[in-house]
Ligand binder design. Structure first.
Ligand SMILES: [Zn+2]
Ligand SMILES: [Zn+2]
Length: 338
């Protein structure tokens, strides 16, 4: 079967390996869609500090069961559309002990700290599989990345009628927009790109702010009666947006950071205290976030066909990475098709 590897920064190869043997308790999956994630892009560009080359990337999967499979006590027939939970956990660290295994201290995500799923067939413990009867392969490949944004909206304890700013409308930000809107919030989506903001609107944003044209603080003040946002979700990872989140959040509001900032960020910390803020990180997604995304996808209201902006056949994986690295601007979700 075909396998895609990032051999070293800037070099992607497609080669042949043996089809894996299914063991007891495993599902045997025909991989049909592989989503490319920001971490995969950083592995390609050489900016992912934890990756060891060569790496088989891939942790966003849309596939089909190739055999009838029992998953958590229910039998699903061959051909059932599925996705997988790509995280591992140790069971012993503080996160695992607190029931937050998705943020395990020793997590190894497929395709990142260990080999992933960029190949034609995969075997994986059946309990890691989410069966998705009624959903499409395109829906399936979007479940994990949308779950990461949904998780951030849960970390923000977003409630009905909260005014929520989501900074960044890439895949993760869109997941946060959809998650916040599903919780009944009034969502203000922020980006530099009008096309992405239009998609954010389709995902449930009530307002959009293009900060290449208007000032963020003024717009948020206007839209919140001068109070600031109840919750700000930062899904960009730049020092400027990390600081802006503190400026635009209301007194006693909540700030959730999902964007990985590569540089140190200096803060005016008096606002942490004066506003009595809850400032939280958000990492990966928990099973309940996956299930919430799956339920939301079943409504048919998530514009998956707009969120998947680029498609390449698996043989052209190298061209896909090059395209994304060369002009990342309008890429929301790029996928490989098998
Ligand atoms: Zn990802
Ligand atoms: Zn752990």
């Amino acid at each position: 079967m075909k396998v895609v590897k990032i051999d070293e920064p800037g070099k992607v190869s497609v080669s042949e390996i043996k089809v894996p043997q299914k063991q007891a308790g495993e599902a045997f999956i025909g991989v049909k869609r592989i989503g490319l994630c920001g971490t995969d892009l950083r592995s390609y560009t050489g900016q992912n500090p934890i990756v060891r080359y060569p790496i088989i990337f891939g942790h966003e999967i849309g596939g089909e069961l190739l055999l009838e499979t029992e998953i958590k006590g229910t039998k699903y027939p061959e051909g059932t559309v599925v996705t997988v939970n790509p995280y591992t956990n140790c069971g012993k660290c503080p996160s695992c002990r607190r029931g937050r295994a998705h943020a395990c201290q020793f997590n190894e995500t497929l395709g990142n700290q260990r080999d992933g799923a960029a190949f034609e067939f995969m075997t994986i413990p059946a309990e890691k599989v989410y069966p998705l009867p009624g959903l499409s392969l395109d829906d399936a490949v979007c479940v994990e990345p949308l779950s990461v944004g949904f998780h951030a909206s849960r970390r923000g304890e977003i409630a009905k009628d909260d005014r929520v700013v989501v900074m960044g409308t890439g895949m993760i930000g869109l997941g946060a927009v959809i998650g916040a809107a599903a919780r009944g919030a009034e969502v203000i989506a922020v980006d530099l790109d009008d096309e992405k903001l239009e998609i954010a609107r389709l995902c449930g944003a009530a307002h959009v702010v293009n900060t290449s044209k208007v000032k963020l603080e003024e717009e948020v003040a206007k839209l919140t009666g001068g109070e600031g946002a109840d919750v700000v979700i930062e899904a960009i990872g730049l020092p400027g947006t990390y600081r802006a989140a503190i400026d635009i959040v209301a007194f006693t509001g909540r700030v959730v950071y999902i964007g990985y900032a590569k540089e140190d960020v200096p803060f005016t910390t008096k606002y942490f205290v004066a506003k009595e803020l809850d400032i939280r990180g958000s990492r990966n997604a928990a099973p309940e976030d996956f299930l919430a995304v799956i339920e939301t996808l079943k409504t048919g209201k998530v514009p998956v066909e707009k969120i998947i902006t680029h498609r390449f056949p698996i043989d052209e994986a190298g061209a896909a990475f090059k395209r994304w690295a060369d002009s990342p601007g309008n890429v929301i979700k790029m996928i490989l098709e098998v």
